[in-house]
Design a binder for this molecule. Structure first.
Ligand SMILES: Cc1cc2nc3c(=O)[nH]c(=O)nc-3n(C[C@H](O)[C@H](O)[C@H](O)COP(=O)(O)O)c2cc1C
Length: 435
């Protein structure tokens, strides 16, 4: 083999060539699920400075490190009191099967945290199994029902998602089962595009009116969250707070989606790491940091990610993709079937096709029946426990008796990009680029 002859182009690498060939053959753009796959500055580029001489660590098995968090105590009569700072992000019934939604509720409830509906409305199974259920109020209004609003424990007004800020979602016809169609009052089997903006708004003032409407409708009981895809985060967070949000959810570009154009997922938005300090700066300048809580999502995988998001100033995090993996998505037990679909366990992202062998991102009754919501819920609860214990381990090592006491001062960055974005010093220096 001649290495010179087989030199791969960095610009036209194999993936790029395959993408061009696919486009030339089909004439349609690629749609897929999951989040951005390109390398981006992320929480991996940060490290904690554990305690040693100048700081005092806490003993793992003897000294308490609390994990509870209160969300939405700015205006709501009934804020959410969660046992852990990790919540389950909104994922639609339609994108996910009924049993998968139920499992998310079961897993979250077992460890005392919340789960969230999604585009397409609330199913009785997920309401029944969720101790705390956040109801999404979306641009599409698919499945929107005022009675369900009142059944929820909090309301999340969705302005955007990290995977596709400025864009709407897609639910392809083969996932529009009779039940999904009925909940959305749309015909069966026909592709649905979710709107990219709310039908009755033209600007931020309309958000204020909408939040007030939602509060009146629910007797000022429920916290109102506002979810934004990370772009001009500093301004968006300020506007959301000004409009009356109790909680702001910032979803970075690594955030997962059920189905969007590939070009959108990879090229629109800013990394989660860059968005968190911008959101915190906006909250601090308004004097509401910790009073309006910040939930961060987009690529959270480990307890270290949780701890780093909290240290940068988040009050809690939300997980989507990792929760699906914990339920059993991309499990090697289905390796042969992923291969038949032209994919492999660990790579399957065609959530839009409804062919998921694990029975999670599907509306096919036979595939969905493979998935056991009790077993799935147990797996998710286990995973959430591990995330929490890992975050506690780090917090104790930094001398904190609550995971939310972690702070930027506990962090350093291993790349200049991450140091500039997270506004923490490059490791071994006191240099924060740009300050
Ligand atoms: C299968 C799937 C369906 C989703 N559906 C919705 C939705 O209906 N509404 C919404 O606001 N976000 C939706 N999202 C985005 C998540 O709420 C969340 O922002 C994202 O998954 C967080 O990033 P992560 O997947 O890296 O944890 C969906 C994500 C996935 C993976």
């Amino acid at each position: 083999m001649n290495p010179w002859a087989l030199r791969e182009s960095a610009t036209f690498d194999r993936t790029t060539i395959a993408a061009i060939q696919r486009a030339a053959e089909t004439g349609i753009y690629d749609i897929r699920g999951w989040g951005a796959k390109r390398p981006l500055p992320h929480f991996d580029d940060l490290l904690f400075l554990g305690a040693s001489m100048s700081r005092y660590p806490l003993e793992g098995y003897r000294e308490r490190c609390a994990t509870d968090v209160v969300l939405g105590d700015r205006h709501a009569k009934h804020p959410l009191h969660l046992d852990i700072p990790v919540t389950i992000a909104g994922m639609s019934f339609g994108a996910l099967s009924g049993p998968a939604k139920e499992a998310l509720g079961r897993g979250a409830s077992e460890v005392g945290t919340s789960t969230t509906t999604g585009d397409g409305g609330m199913t009785p199974e997920e309401r029944g199994q969720s101790k705390y259920l956040v109801y999404q109020y979306l641009p599409s209004r698919y499945g929107m029902n005022p009675d369900d609003l009142r059944k929820a424990d909090a309301i999340e007004v969705v302005l955007g998602q990290g995977a596709k800020p400025g864009g709407g979602g897609m639910l392809l016809g083969h996932k529009i089962s009779p039940r999904v169609a009925a909940m959305r009052t749309l015909p069966e089997g026909i592709d649905q595009r979710s709107a990219c903006r709310h039908p009755d708004w033209t600007g931020p003032d309309d958000l204020t009116i909408k939040i007030n409407e939602l509060r009146e409708l629910t007797d000022w009981e429920k916290p109102i969250y506002v979810k934004i895809g990370a772009t001009r985060t500093y301004y968006d967070v300020k506007l959301a707070v000004h409009a009356g949000a109790d909680v702001v959810v910032v979803d970075g570009m690594q955030g997962g989606t059920a189905a969007t154009q590939e070009v959108f997922i990879e090229h629109v938005g800013i990394p989660t790491l860059a968005a968190v300090p911008e959101a915190v700066r906006a909250l601090q300048e308004l004097g509401v940091h910790r009073r309006v809580q910040l939930i961060v999502s987009g690529g959270i995988r480990t307890g270290a990610d949780v701890a780093k998001a909290l240290a940068l100033g988040a009050d809690a995090v939300a997980i989507g993709t990792a929760a699906l993996i914990a339920l059993g998505d991309n499990h090697p037990r289905y390796a042969a079937e992923y291969e038949k679909l032209g994919s492999a366990a660990g790579f399957f992202d065609d959530f839009q096709d409804g062919t998921d062998p694990a029975g999670i991102s599907t509306q096919d009754p036979e595939l969905a029946a493979r998935f056991d919501p009790v077993e799935g819920g147990r797996r998710l609860a286990n995973y959430l426990r591990v995330l929490t214990m890992e975050a506690q381990t780090i917090a104790r090592a930094c001398g904190k008796s609550h995971v939310c006491h972690l702070e930027p001062e506990d962090l350093v960055a291993v790349t200049i990009e991450a140091a500039a974005m997270a506004r923490v010093p490059l490791a071994g220096t006191n240099w924060i680029p740009g300050t």
